[in-house]
Design a protein around this ligand. Structure first.
Ligand SMILES: [Zn+2]
Length: 243
């Protein structure tokens, strides 16, 4: 069954500005699978460690699968302005830690750094993810969740062209207020979400385990088995709208 969307209500990103599409009604692209990226075609887990695909959520547009490689990643940089030496160095250490996590994933999906934020598929920012306060229905009091070390969000937009392509963009926030090893572990975990692992592993030996562990594990075979399965799922992303 086709899903329709009134494009006049959708704001999309053209690379430089947000524009409003003309008044017309398109159908969302049908759910289809993309060819598996060759880096994942070649992946084989000799030990058959299994996966946690059953923990991965689909979205209204299907699985959050990328289809054009290399993926463009923007990592926030310190400005050269009047920053004190120490704060510049701390920022640079954060950048280096994030880039080492980018390097780790680059083995499984091709990633390239871009210098302009507006060109990126994945934007990585150095900021404190906001605290979430929720009313606890049992006590009637506010529950403030513990400070999060990182957070990843996605946005759907239409990439303009002869026919608009349903696309997504990820924004990752990684807190600066943690040790270097924790920044790498957080970046590794959040990048896993940004690459499409939209869910958590239930085993502490996986990078996508739900909460922080004392000695964060590297990307595990189970992480990649899961990633590979996700990239074999149908999605509406990366396909042209139909009118
Ligand atoms: Zn997570």
């Amino acid at each position: 069954m086709g899903v329709s969307v009134a494009i006049s209500l959708v704001l999309f990103w053209t690379g430089f500005e947000v524009v409003k599409a003309e008044e017309s009604v398109y159908s969302l692209p049908a759910l289809q699978t993309h060819p598996l990226p060759s880096s994942l075609v070649h992946w084989k887990d000799e030990r058959n460690g299994g996966d946690y695909f059953n923990q991965i959520r689909s979205t209204p547009v299907g699985y959050l699968v990328w289809s054009e490689f290399p993926l463009k990643i923007y990592v926030q940089r310190p400005s050269n302005s009047r920053d004190g030496e120490a704060s510049f160095d701390r920022f640079q250490q954060w950048v280096d830690a994030v880039l080492s996590a980018v390097d780790e994933w680059n083995e499984y999906l091709p990633l390239v750094e871009v210098e302009r934020e507006e060109l990126a598929d994945i934007v990585i920012k150095r900021s404190l993810p906001p605290l979430k306060a929720e009313i606890n229905p049992e006590t009637g009091l506010f529950d403030i969740s513990p400070v999060r070390s990182g957070q990843t969000k996605y946005k759907i937009y239409l990439r303009s062209g002869s026919t608009p392509v349903l696309s997504h963009r990820m924004t990752v926030e990684i807190s600066p207020t943690q040790s270097n090893d924790s920044i790498i572990a957080t970046a590794r975990h959040e990048l896993g979400h940004a690459l499409g692992i939209w869910g958590h592993s239930t085993e502490e030996t996986d990078a996508m385990y739900l909460s922080g562990v004392r000695n964060p594990p590297p990307i595990s075979p189970r992480d990649i088995n899961t990633l590979k399965k996700i990239y074999q799922q149908p999605t509406r992303l990366g396909w042209s709208l139909q009118n």
